[in-house]
Design a protein around this ligand. Structure first.
Ligand code: 5AD
Ligand code: SF4
Length: 427
């Protein structure tokens, strides 16, 4: 999401005559796009700001801005704490950046952290910063109103709002015409997308089908989904269209009903497992990935065991795994005790990571001998004789280059794997 926002910001700045510089030491303005989701994300930003402060010694005209969630969360406080910062801009105020920078040019500090109920940047054509020229993000909704107890996002990104259908389809078409072959529809709760324009209602599965209709040669992915809105209609739509990828990221957070209830996730373990069964029914061979938090408030060993058993039941192909990090202003911070000792959080997280490593490896081993359609994205990291691409399940596949180029679809037979990569040859 932040990467996609940076592409919108780059576009707004380019329209004002700014150019993207390769390195911060050559820049007149550095904007640091920030995340507040866990404390360590914020600490990394603080470190980056200290490094940038050193650059100001060589270039006294350098302007430093903090944009995104940390700007929104800390507001003026960040100007006081980080003396090197000239500019603070929240996620809904990027259109104001040029005017704010003018103010900074005049020697003042500038700030805009007003959240909007409408802003979706729908008319902005993002500057594609990741130049593989094959895959791109399309932001389709912003904000979140779920207020999961641990999460800072509803406070930093404001109310949920969906972008109009027409500009989304147009962006997908433009990308396809410019050679792109895969788009990922993005939002905090992408499957809660809902839009009414000129009396016509569009829900997420309908939008997905419209994007898929741009071309059978354009793959469509989406992230991130909330389990509460994984409907059968959506799963059927994915099953029906070859170019809607068979990979669903479905954050579970915990396998324990006690913890899910305290987290205010709005579903139970049983309900989640029913949705997993529905995915398996409507989309055989679909990859399923998740997010897991270890050591949320009051988590007992038996709650942790429930998470481990759920991971085994689902057999996730991939997971993002975190230690609970208390965030100021959230419901958990106000009402619950962050009472799991750091050492216990670390132990539980390590057990979760070790298990996921095994599950991912087992999933990849099951793919040996299978043939997948792969979209080539570019050279493999290790050798220019090999290309890398992804299959529909979003697994990275590496294969000898042959006469293939990035942007090509080809069939690859898998003959080996690591826990993270499938290795094969074109057939
Ligand atoms: N501590 C740890 N992990 C968190 N996440 C969100 N808030 C927190 C927090 N306070 C995780 C969730 C979410 C992912 C994007 O980040 O797993 O799905
Ligand atoms: Fe945070 Fe929950 Fe919203 Fe996801 S759904 S962004 S975890 S509040």
């Amino acid at each position: 999401m932040n990467f996609s926002d940076s592409e919108i910001v780059a576009s707004l700045m380019q329209d004002e005559g700014y150019e993207i510089s390769g390195e911060s030491k050559d820049a007149d303005v550095v904007l640091v796009n920030t995340c507040s989701i866990r404390d360590n994300a914020e600490q990394r930003v603080r470190k980056r700001l200290r490094e940038l402060k050193a650059l100001k010694k060589n270039n006294p005209f350098l302007k430093i801005g903090v944009i995104g969630c940390m700007a929104e969360r800390l507001k003026e406080q960040l100007l006081e704490e980080e003396q090197s910062v000239d500019l603070i801009v929240g996620p809904d105020a990027y259109r104001d950046l040029p005017a704010l920078l003018d103010k900074v040019e005049e020697g003042q500090k500038a700030i805009n952290v007003i959240l909007s109920t409408k802003e979706t940047y729908s008319d902005i054509t993002p500057v594609r910063l990741d130049k593989n020229g094959v895959t791109a993000f399309i932001s389709i909704m912003r904000g979140c109103e779920n207020f999961c107890a641990y999460c800072v996002v509803p406070f930093t990104r404001g109310k949920e709002r969906s972008r109009d259908v027409k500009t989304i389809i147009q962006e997908a078409r433009d990308l396809f015409e410019n050679g792109y072959r895969e788009v990922t529809l993005l939002g905090q709760n992408v499957n809660s997308y809902f839009r009414e324009d000129d009396g016509k209602q569009t829900s997420f599965y309908e939008l997905l089908e419209q994007v898929a209709a741009v071309s059978p040669q354009l793959r469509v992915r989406f992230a991130t989904s909330h389990p509460k809105d994984i409907s059968d209609e959506l799963l059927k739509a994915i099953g029906k269209h070859h170019n809607i990828c068979n990979a669903i990221h479905l954050p579970v957070q915990s396998g324990s009903n006690n913890i899910l209830s305290l987290m205010k996730r709005k579903y139970t373990r049983e309900w989640y497992l029913d949705r997993i069964a529905a995915i398996r029914k409507y989309i055989p061979g679909c990859a399923i990935s998740t997010d897991i938090i270890a050591g949320f408030c009051t988590e007992k060993d038996e709650d942790h065991r429930d998470t481990i058993s759920l991971m085994n039941r689902v057999g996730y192909d991939y997971a993002f795994m975190f230690k609970y990090s208390e965030r100021p202003g959230t419901i958990a911070q106000k009402k619950l005790d962050d009472d799991v000792p750091e050492s216990v959080k670390s132990e539980r997280l390590q057990e979760i990571i070790d298990l996921q490593q095994q599950l991912s490896h087992a999933s990849n081993k099951r793919d040996i001998g299978k043939t997948f359609e792969v979209l080539a994205e570019g050279f493999s990291k290790k050798s220019a004789d090999f290309l890398m691409g992804r299959n529909s399940q979003n697994k990275v596949v590496v294969f000898p280059k042959g006469n293939y180029n990035k942007g090509d679809y080809l069939n690859v037979k898998i003959n080996d794997c690591t826990p993270a990569t499938l290795i094969g040859t074109a057939t």
